[in-house]
Design a protein around this ligand. Structure first.
Ligand SMILES: [Cu+2]
Length: 121
């Protein structure tokens, strides 16, 4: 009897540890992390110009591949991430489901083509 107990207890502990690990992984996937978007800016366009994200926290990684500074602006979130030439910037904004315009707010850039659409669902 004693031998059986020694065997069963460690097995039960292992099984519980495996379960806990699985649950933790699921929680992470479901989402407090939110969406991470990677966008490249140059004269005068964003790549890609069409983005999609899950509602909630959205992290924007802006890479400026251009020769002058550019930013990534979403008016509804009061958000701007500004990157100098050949540098990058990041920031986090929160959005509900909907369709939003993003653009570069440097004068003249949006008019030259630096705008796109962010779809949040
Ligand atoms: Cu720009």
């Amino acid at each position: 009897m004693k031998r059986l107990t020694w065997l069963v207890v460690p097995l039960a502990a292992l099984a519980m540890a495996a379960c806990a690990g699985g649950d933790g992984g699921d929680a992470g996937d479901d989402g407090p992390e939110g969406t991470e978007l990677h966008v490249t800016a140059r004269e005068f366009a964003f790549e890609p110009s069409s983005l999609s994200a899950s509602a909630g926290e959205i992290t924007v990684q802006l890479e400026n591949a251009g020769a002058t500074e550019h930013d990534f602006t979403v008016d509804e979130a009061n958000f701007t991430a500004l990157a100098k030439a050949a540098e990058s910037a990041s920031g986090t904004l929160t959005l509900e489901a909907g369709t939003y315009a993003f653009y570069c707010s440097i004068p003249g850039h949006r008019e030259s083509g630096m705008e796109g659409t962010l779809t949040v669902s």
